[in-house]
Design a protein around this ligand. Structure first.
Ligand code: FAD
Length: 300
């Protein structure tokens, strides 16, 4: 386990890589092993190596929906941050096929420039296409499940499969891909032809609305809790008087109570404690359970 495997051009698998800089929360310990393959050959090398070592495998997109434990992640962390290739536009069907590591806002802008409708809501979501497909990311009335046609996934043993959207068991911020057993390498979206000026305008307006309502000045993971039926989690937390409540350097945001901010040097444990405190207080006051939307990975 002491080797660094080299691809023909560059080192490919690294020991002891800090994950804090690879998440939007800026929190997390070390990956025992870390790789970010850029092409099929590198991906195959990484998967073969992790199979031979019999290591647990964890997938990482842009790290924008993750709380990674301070003690890091055992095994191999496989990141898609460089997993990109040119988008394919099918003009006749108005479909776009895109690599799993493509940033979802870039995809939204490229679709808007063509005048293709359907991803205007996705512009402010700071994740990858793969992460968005897995999470069924959504905003402003839209969600991935509404426009996904199919995904290409690869299993740790290298088997490639194409899964239709219907096979992903989509629900609110849910898909069966959250079991973490298959890597999304590619996705195809069905959009509708429209007028480029109008789609660009709506996309811009959506971005502005988000910028006006969400805190962008401190590291965070977006909405921490899923909305329970009939309520907005942020409203419940605000009405419980928790805005600004802080444990260590982790704080419930003043601007949007469903956001927790890392005010500088927060630990994953502090954030966990704050999440649990908010759950307890909301339960006491409203008899409503809040469930995290953020995914927890690694050892706390
Ligand atoms: C400021 C801010 C605003 C946000 N606003 C929204 C919003 O409006 N709506 C919303 O839904 N979300 C929002 N989020 C959360 C987040 O951006 C989304 O959930 C996003 O889709 C996560 O993508 P990611 O690439 O960062 O995934 P990650 O956070 O890296 O991973 C999320 C999960 O997906 C898995 N995963 C990631 N990539 C792959 C892959 N290629 N194959 C298989 N599994 C994979 C990971 O193992 C993990 O379980 C926001 C986050 C921030 C920081």
């Amino acid at each position: 386990m002491d080797i660094i495997i080299k691809s023909p051009k560059r080192e490919l698998i690294f020991p002891g890589v800090s994950l804090a800089n690879l998440t939007t929360f800026r929190v997390g310990g070390l990956a025992q092993w870390y790789a970010s393959p850029r092409n099929w050959q590198e991906l195959e090398t990484v998967l073969n190596w992790s199979n031979r070592q019999d290591l647990p495998l964890t997938f990482l997109g842009a790290g924008s929906n993750l709380l990674i434990g301070d003690r890091g992640i055992a095994g191999l962390v496989l990141s898609t941050r460089y997993w990109r290739y040119p988008l394919r536009f099918d003009q006749e069907k108005t479909q776009i096929t895109v690599a799993g590591g493509e940033p979802i806002p870039r995809l939204a802008w490229l679709a808007a420039k063509r005048g293709w409708q359907g991803l205007e809501w996705a512009v402010g979501i700071p994740g990858t296409v793969g992460g968005a497909v897995v999470m069924n990311a959504g905003a402003q009335g839209g969600a991935i499940a509404d426009c996904l046609v199919e995904v290409k996934v690869i299993s740790p043993n290298g088997e490639l499969e194409v899964l239709s959207a219907e096979m992903l068991n989509y629900g609110y911020r849910h898909s069966c891909l959250q079991q973490g057993k298959k890597l999304v390498v590619e996705a195809t979206f069905q959009l509708q032809p429209g007028c480029s000026q109008e789609v660009m305008l709506t996309t811009n307006q959506n971005l502005q609305k988000r910028r006006n309502s969400q805190p962008y000045d401190r590291p965070n993971c977006g909405s921490v809790f899923r909305n329970p039926p009939n309520y907005a989690a942020g409203w419940l937390i605000e009405q419980t008087g928790l805005k600004g409540y802080q444990i260590g350097q982790a704080q419930v945001a003043q601007r949007h109570a469903n956001f927790i901010l890392n005010c500088g040097g927060a630990t994953a444990l502090e954030i966990m404690e704050l999440i649990s405190y908010v759950q307890t207080k909301v339960k006491e006051q409203w008899a409503i359970a809040l469930y995290p939307e953020v995914k927890f990975l690694g050892d706390f």
